[in-house]
Design a binder for this molecule. Structure first.
Ligand code: UFG
Length: 326
């Protein structure tokens, strides 16, 4: 299939391009390079344009005879979304609608949508299954949930077909160390802890030590970016069966912030000083996925489920690319 990836030059997008290309698909990255990197797309075609530009989008869909879209472009920081909800609803929700309309107008009916664990808010139980209550506690999660609702409406009204993948905490880098995470500024836990290990920052701040969890810090389910990418290949095929399907993607095991830091110490052999800091707005205490549905229905099987491996691959990328793609 000819697949257009919005945000294709980003961290997750670049890994999805690898996986789709290996699966025999032709990829076109559509990215404004606001956060992405041209080097990350490899041999794939890159269109540098904005998603808000409906004409450019329609041209990209038509001229490349696109069969399916993987929609990854988004702002992704839960904490920031509490301060700047306008940014999140404009970019993630309203531009999501622009994309859906462009697809409908161009006769492209298939999309894999990058959704998030943040749609669950504070879950009543873990591991979380897809039918559990959707009640986001930050505008980021709400902005993505709005798009999930749009997908249902567009599937019903226009016969479009979708898979929404609810990502838990994505980390790691390609096993060959050639593509990885390069955000500026970086806000995610694993790369920040590894920056401390590399002497790029003096300590890691732990946002909240008084949560109702065994060590008082937030618990997350970390998934290797290449495993996440593999799921997109399966999801494109599943989407073409019609309707809307939703899948969680995680490893089913929760690690606290302190446990992640401890794992980074073990992998890097470096001392990693910490500083206890106040809670970050919009952070749920505990997010752990059940990915049984993705395993059963998509046949998804993570290749790198261990947190140590995820951190090892991230560490290899950061050591060999101390300035990211620069
Ligand atoms: N954290 C710290 N110190 C830091 C950075 C993070 O203590 O310097 C903590 C956070 O408070 C949180 C945990 O580490 O408890 C993980 O934080 P991240 O910023 O790495 O990730 P989030 O859980 O906030 O969000 C990520 C993605 C979202 C996705 C979500 C799903 O950014 O897009 O995972 O769980 F929705």
């Amino acid at each position: 299939m000819n697949v257009l990836l919005t945000g294709g030059a980003g961290y997750i997008g670049s890994h999805v391009i690898r996986a789709l290309t290996a699966g025999g698909h032709e990829c076109v990255a559509y990215d404004n390079l606001g956060n992405g990197h041209a080097e990350a797309v490899g041999e794939a075609k890159l269109i540098v344009a904005d998603l808000a530009d409906g004409d450019a989008l329609r041209a990209a869909l038509k001229e490349n005879a696109i069969d399916a879209v993987v929609h990854l472009a988004a702002f992704i920081e839960a904490g920031e979304s509490v301060e700047k909800p306008d940014k999140y609803f404009h970019n993630n929700t309203i531009i999501g609608l622009t994309l859906l309309d462009a697809m409908r107008d161009c006769g492209v009916k298939t999309m894999v949508f990058s959704s998030t664990a943040a749609v669950y808010g504070r879950p009543e139980r873990v591991p979380i299954i897809e039918d559990d209550r959707l009640d986001p506690i930050n505008p980021y999660g709400a902005s993505k949930l709005c798009v999930e609702f749009m997908l249902r409406a567009y599937a019903t009204a226009y016969g479009m077909e979708f898979v929404a993948l609810r990502y838990f905490n994505v980390a790691g880098a390609s096993a060959d160390g050639t593509i990885g995470e390069d955000h500026s500024p970086e806000t995610h836990l694993v790369p920040l802890v590894l920056q401390v290990a590399r002497g790029r920052r003096k300590d890691i701040k732990i946002f909240g030590c008084d949560y109702d969890t065994p060590d008082g810090t937030c618990i997350r389910d970390y998934i290797h970016v290449s495993d996440l990418a593999d799921a997109h290949v399966l999801a494109i095929h599943a989407a073409t069966a019609g309707g809307v399907k939703v899948y969680n993607l995680g490893n089913g095991e929760g690690f606290s912030v302190r446990q992640v830091i401890e794992t980074c110490r073990a992998v890097t052999g470096c001392d990693i000083p910490v500083e206890d800091a106040p809670r970050r707005a919009g952070d749920p205490p505990r997010l752990v996925a059940s990915s049984e549905k993705a395993m059963k229905q998509l046949g998804w099987q993570p290749r790198f489920p261990k947190l140590e491996t995820i951190v090892e691959h991230a560490w290899r990328w950061h050591r060999t690319h101390p300035n990211g793609y620069a």
